[in-house]
Design a protein around this ligand. Structure first.
Ligand SMILES: [Zn+2]
Length: 103
């Protein structure tokens, strides 16, 4: 383990490239993710941005969030996947087009 002396976070790799500070924007969040994941996150962000151009970006629940009168969708990077979390009613509307994987 390697610990950044500035922000005191611990990482698997020494000198891990990361956003060193409090994550308060989606740019900060994406900058803090592994390099290979960043383009995927930017692509998810752009898709949401194009679909909801009036929504405001923020960080909520420690996740990138689009807000329009309320939180409309979150997304986040995990170790081996990217999660997208729309409001519950969207899941109902698109239920027949959503698939989910069982391990
Ligand atoms: Zn740091």
């Amino acid at each position: 383990m390697w610990k950044c002396l500035k922000c005191e976070r611990e990482f698997k790799n020494a000198e891990q490239n990361h956003f060193c500070g409090k994550i308060s924007t989606i740019d900060d969040y994406i900058a803090d993710q592994p390099e290979e994941v960043r383009p995927l996150l930017q692509s998810v962000r752009k898709t949401i941005r194009d679909t909801a151009p009036e929504a405001t970006e923020k960080i909520s629940w420690q996740m990138p969030t689009f807000w329009q009168r309320e939180n409309i969708i979150h997304f986040a990077a995990f170790k081996k996947h990217i999660g997208v979390f729309p409001r519950g009613e969207a899941v109902g509307v698109f239920a027949d087009r959503l698939t989910h994987c069982e391990w």
